[in-house]
Structure formats: structure tokens, C-alpha cells
Design a binder for this molecule. Sequence first.
Ligand SMILES: Nc1ncnc2c1ncn2[C@@H]1O[C@H](COP(=O)(O)OP(=O)(O)OP(=O)(O)O)[C@@H](O)[C@H]1O
Length: 542
Amino acid sequence: MESIVNPVLEGNFYTSSKKKSFYKVKLSENYLGLLKTNGSLIKTKIVSLQDIIGCKCARRRKNVSEKCECHPKNNVFSFLENTVDENDISAYLHIYSYVLKDFIITSGQKRERFKITLRFRSFSHYEDNLKEALKWRNTVKELIEKTRWKSTLLRNIESYNETVTEKGDKILIVLNPKSGSGKTKEIFKEQVLPLLAEADLEYDLHITKARNDARNLIKSSNILKWKNGLITIGGDGVLFEIINGIMERPDWKHIINTIPLGIIPGGSGNGLAKSLSFCTNEPYDQNPVLISTLNIIKGHPIPVDLVRLETHSEVVFSFLSFGWGLIADIDIESERLRMIGAPRFTIWSIARLIGLRTYTGRLSFLRVPDNKIKEVISNEKYVGLQIQDMYPVDVENDKNFTSSMDCNSDSSFDMDSISLDTGCNQRQNDITARTESFYSLHSHKSVYHSDKASSSYLSLPEITKNNNKIIYGPSSQLPALNKPVPKSWEVYQGEFVMVHASYQSHLAGDVYFAPGCKPNDGIIWLLIVKAGISRVNLLQVC
Ligand SMILES: Nc1ncnc2c1ncn2[C@@H]1O[C@H](COP(=O)(O)OP(=O)(O)OP(=O)(O)O)[C@@H](O)[C@H]1O
């Protein structure tokens, strides 16, 4: 435990269940360390502050609910019964962390909630105990806030103003109730809200009423009041609307450089959410909503490529993929099976493989040099987060230490919460999240479309008009669509089964499309399937 360098706070706490054991708790700039002493037996658990999302002071109440003493006005708890337990003068500090845990039998990891409760009861008055608890609470809060922004790649993005995000700024959550199989409200209420409450993250909620609702909101609102982030709960389509809404604003550049965007998966595909967690090695598949919400709360933005697309009728900004042929057909036509969720893609893939179509077209592209591809595949700088940033070295090598990365190795800490106090254990109840009123909405059609017609449009300038909409955003650096491409480009003309271009590794949670792709590598990864391929070969590609 001495190995935790320069602890900011430290103290001894006890558990009542095991009278002889006590815990030395140390808080340093990057870690919370718990040293358990039971006679001569010493065990240690270290929780990285990167894994702590928040903490709250609470006083014991007579019933199950708790009142937050840190923000009495900010009621994130239920108040079924508000009577304080006068017999208990202790103040409690609940610290919420989500630590990586290894599976014992199969290889793999998942994130698990690990709640630490510290009970302060050294003084004879509640107020004095609360003071002590608040000192710990404020210090933990300050430290986790620092850790968040220190460890992002934002330092490397010159245009990003790190100071824009201040405490108290809200995030905007845009929820599409029609995404996927229509469970986003439940996802929000049951899985996202409790985490936001633990992290003390304030939010406004907007539930979309129709297609383009999110786009119009972003286009016309004072979105700078949501400096902490514009977050979507739904599929990739609702984030697509947010980004294109931003591009309809003259201040698009400032917004893009100022407000982080986030996505919590609730759609059918969820390609971006999967790709982002994949590039940071987060165990997404175990709990996609938890991992994506933690990514947002922890404030580790990842720069992502944005691609400007011109079709025959419009200009759009795309962050995931663009396709023509087989995959686009599956996306659009499986809409009628939306109610079954993600399996709709598998079922429709089989249908489309049986009735395989081909399309005539011309494809021109500039090949990326092999050395650049190799660099992208091997270079961490494209990943967004540096592992050494996530776990900075302020713990000296000490074999007694169990880091939060391998907490499973110490079975005495193998629990989802730990409660420490100065005398006896008391059962603490989890916070009850604030609930929102929801309203029901009408059904919608997907925005996906297959572009069968070849374009005859010129490459459009910086400010373009789509059906009376003014689109801002960066101008194209590509040759005009009706002009010949430079000699260095390759051109294929003929029959295709599909051409699909992706700028992220995954098109959907289970569609690993571009293995080498990193979110901000600046490369468009192409899959070209020409006509004449056998169904067996095509199945292997898929
Ligand atoms: N309230 C609504 N009613 C109808 N349609 C909506 C509503 N809100 C948004 N939409 C539209 O629904 C489209 C699809 O939604 P979204 O992408 O969130 O879900 P998904 O298609 O199931 O997921 P994915 O894109 O990951 O496959 C969006 O492009 C949006 O235009």
C-alpha cells in the first residue's frame, strides 16, 4: 500500500462482519487503494480512477431510499420515505466504479459494477461526519474530473478547446423511440439513467417524434448550452441526423470542434458504437449499453473520420459507411422485419443471396499505398486512447497489488460492492434513478436508400443546397462526378453484386467489415464484389 505514491487522502475503515479486519484506504491522483488487514494477512485492491464514474454522500434513512446530501436540491433519488435514521449519526460515501473483470473459464473480459461504501462516524455529530465524507467526496470528484480530460487524445487536437466542458453543463440526450425493435425508452430508463445518476451527469432529454426531428432540433437550437455532449440513444441513423443537422448551421465548425458527440446503441445495427468500443478494446458485446454509456461518462472522445458524400440528389456527411448493391438492399428491404431487431439482417441476407441481383456501374478510386495501410494497422495513434494514458504509472511495482485490470485474481475482493465503516456494516440501497415521462410516437420509415442512378452532378462547393436546405461543412477535395478522374485512379466499369465503402471497422455489432480500420485513419475501406461470383464464395465474403 505504501506503493501508492503521494496519497491525497488516507484513512482507516472497518467492516463489522469480520471484526478483526480493517481497511487502510488511500486515494492518490490516479488510484483508490484498499488495503485489507486481517491479522498478518494483507490483501490489496486498486481501483483506477478511470474506472470510477462518481460518488455521493448520503445519510441513512429509515426506509430503502436515500437522500443526496451533496446536492439536496438535485433530487436524483426517490423520496418514498424521507425520515432520517436519527440513531445513526454516520455519513456515508458511495463510490461507483465499473472495473474490468476476466472470465475465469473462457478468455474474455467484462465490466462489472463495484461499489465502495465508506462510513464516516468518528465524530459524535452527523454534521461533522458529513464534513469528513464531503472532503473525500469532493476530492474523488475533482480527481476523476482531471483524469477524464487528461487521458484523451484531445490534447493532440489543436482545435479542440479543452476548457469548454465545465461542471454543471448538461448533455442533450436525443432518443429515437422507434430505433431497433423499439426498446430505447426502456434502455434509457433501466440502463442509462442509473449510470447518469451515479455520475451526477445532468441532461436534457429529447424524444424524437418523426424522421428528421433530431436534425431540425440540432439545426435550429442553441446547442452550445449542451457543451458536455450531444448523445443519441438509438441506431446510427439518429446520429447521422445530428451530424447533418450540425452541417446545416453556419457555425458548424465551432460546434464540431466544441461539443463531443456520443452514441448509446439501441438500433438494429449499431455499427459506430461497436467500432468505437472495439478500437479501445472495451468488452462491448457483454453489455453494449453499459460500455457505450461509460465511454460517454468517462469523457474519452475519439476522433472519427467524417466523409462528405455527393449523390445525384444531395450532399450528406457520413461517419459509418456508404453502399450500393447487396448490403444496401438488405438494409432497406429488411425494414419490414424491424420488430425482430438485429436478426432481420441475417434473415434478409439469406433471401437476397437466394435471389442474387447485379447492378451496372462505374467505380473509380485512388488506392492507398501499402505502407500507409501497414502504418494504420500497427499504429496506436489512430486508436484514440493510449493505454498508458488510461493507466498512468503512479503505483510502484508491488506483487501485493491487484490492479482493477485483474481484480479477479483476489477472491476476497470478488464481489460487486464493498462496504467499509468505523464499526458496523449497514445495508446500503442503490439509488433509484429519476424517471421521465414518455410519450408515444408514430412509426417511421428508414432513411436508408440504394442509389441506383449514376450521378451527373458536379462536385459541389462549400455551401450547397439540398432541396432548399443550405448545407455547410468542408468542401470536397475530389474531382467532380462528371469529370474524368486523374490517371493515378483505378476505374472499374461493369456488373457488380455490391460496392460497399466503410470508414469504421464494424457495419453492425456483428458485422466486422474492415479489420484494419481505425476510427480516424483517413481511409475509406472498400469491398467490391463483381458479378459472376458464386453464392458459395459470396457466403464466405459475408
Ligand atoms: N420518432 C420517430 N419516428 C419515426 N422515425 C424516426 C423517429 N425518430 C427518428 N426516426 C428515423 O428513424 C431512422 C432509423 O433510426 P435509427 O438509426 O435510430 O435505428 P435503426 O435503423 O434501428 O438502427 P441502425 O441505424 O443502427 O441500423 C432514423 O434515420 C430517423 O430518421
